[in-house]
Ligand binder design. Structure first.
Ligand SMILES: Cc1ncc(C[n+]2csc(CCOP(=O)(O)OP(=O)(O)O)c2C)c(N)n1
Ligand SMILES: [Mg+2]
Length: 429
């Protein structure tokens, strides 16, 4: 492989030598660059600042730019350069992913299926307990439960690496659980205790655990999308292999900042998967009433972001389809948009009378599309577990949750002197 100096020397020669190149760069950049500077690049290499302009000269001369591995500055993808020639490509390859049932049933081995099942049961029992505590007046502020949506985060967690980054909105307890945070710390946070993962200052909507690469927990609808994009940029810039999973809702998808973030993610080809958890409703309004265009997986197309719809009530489909997508992104970073069609069984928050949908609709989904039931049935039909084993798993999950919840009640509230601490801090991700 050639060094960047040898490569850059070859490029300068191909472009007609220092004199010609100087003239071309002057036109392209409006900057006063002299021949002596350009000649010095033959010995020192082309500085980052001039690499984009030099790449454009190569493109104009129809020279295959991909031969030159050392030419593009960090963070810039080759496709970015094509916009200069007005040839930016619009992808319309977004699609609904449907996978054959027999493939899905065999996509995980016994150990994986068990892990997935336990993960989902833990989330559900955890959230049920949170609902109970809220009704008992133990939890202050807003509180949004994830019951019904367990398949989305669990399917993804089954394929993610610990070094991958996660960020979501206020419906964030489940993401904390699957990222490995002890339930005691999550309950403590909900109760406002100093043992909480955010020292009791964040509450239900603002949980963080940097060590687990979980970056919140955000109360402003859509705000996590540009932040997730920034994390993905940092990872690419620092040559980290991590994918950033950025979750948001069907309501959030109509926020302007989502599209500003999409633009940058596509421009810089960032390693990010945007996941719209389309649970069919925002804060009391159905997606049909709130969105002019309901094929949400297509929302990235005008930026060249490929989008896929998957069944969010089926963790096996999430796992199977996203696994392939992640493998590709790890090899060659690019942003991808996933619309996971899911459903929440409870109200938007704890204070939602739920007048915008019928009980029958909720009941019908619970009975026919429940993600936990789907995996339970598979475990039984494959004879990996008996009904008795299933009951034991459930009992153990309930006990663990109850133990963590009761222990959290014994923890202390933060001291008043803590009030002005932890307001701002630099992250080194
Ligand atoms: C910028 C902003 N606007 C409005 C709100 C109030 N609000 C909180 S949640 C919500 C609905 C969001 O729905 P969706 O994105 O579908 O997420 P879901 O609650 O279904 O998970 C709204 C409007 C807010 N928190 N932030
Ligand atoms: Mg929603």
């Amino acid at each position: 492989m050639s060094t960047s100096i040898e490569e850059h020397k070859e490029i300068i020669n191909l472009l007609g030598g220092g004199k010609k190149l100087t003239a071309r760069l002057k036109v392209l950049s409006n900057e006063n660059i002299n021949e002596k500077t350009v000649y010095s690049w033959v010995r020192q290499g082309i500085p980052d600042k001039w690499k984009v302009a030099v790449s454009r000269c190569l493109l104009e001369d129809n020279i295959n730019i991909t031969n030159y591995k050392n030419l593009l500055p960090p963070g810039l993808h080759i496709d970015n350069l094509f916009s200069a020639n007005n040839s930016i490509k619009i992808f319309s390859s977004s699609k609904v992913l449907k996978t054959d049932e027999t493939i899905l049933q065999n996509i995980m081995n016994k150990e994986q299926l068990l892990k997935l099942y336990e993960m989902m049961i833990n989330i559900r029992r955890f959230e049920e307990k949170v609902g109970q505590f809220y009704s008992m007046g133990l939890i202050g502020g807003f509180c949004h439960l994830y019951i019904g949506q367990e398949g989305v985060i669990s399917g993804i967690e089954m394929l993610a690496n610990p070094s991958d980054c996660f960020i979501t909105g206020y419906r964030c307890h489940a993401h904390m659980v699957t990222r490995g945070e002890p339930m005691l710390n999550i309950f403590s946070e909900l109760l406002g205790n100093s043992a909480g993962c955010s020292k009791g200052k964040g509450g239900s909507m603002h949980m963080f655990r940097e060590e687990n690469n979980f970056f919140g927990g955000h109360g402003i609808v859509g705000a996590q999308v540009p932040i997730g994009t920034g994390i993905a940029f940092a990872n690419k810039y620092k040559n980290k292999q991590s994918i950033t999973f950025t979750f948001f809702g069907d309501g959030a998808v109509n926020q302007g900042q989502v599209y500003e973030a999409f633009n940058m993610a596509a421009l810089w080809q960032l390693p990010i998967i945007y996941i719209i958890e389309n649970n069919q409703y925002g804060m009391g309004t159905s997606v049909e009433r709130a969105s002019a265009m309901n094929e949400l997986f297509r929302r990235g197309e005008s930026f060249g972001i490929k989008g896929y719809e998957v069944d969010g009530m089926d963790p096996l489909s999430i796992y199977g389809n996203l696994k392939q997508i992640c493998e590709k992104i790890r090899e060659k970073p690019e942003p991808i948009l996933i619309e996971a069609k899911t459903y929440r069984y409870r109200g938007h928050s704890m204070s939602d009378p739920g007048k915008y949908r019928t009980r029958e609709e909720v009941q019908e989904t619970r009975e026919n599309r429940d993600p936990i039931e789907r995996v339970r049935a598979l475990l039984i039909s494959k004879k990996y577990l008996t009904e008795e084993n299933i009951k034991d798993i459930d009992k153990k999950a309930k006990e663990n949750v109850a133990k963590a919840a009761e222990l959290a009640r014994e923890k202390e509230m933060p001291d008043n002197s803590e009030l002005y601490e932890d307001v701002y801090r630099d992250l080194d991700i």
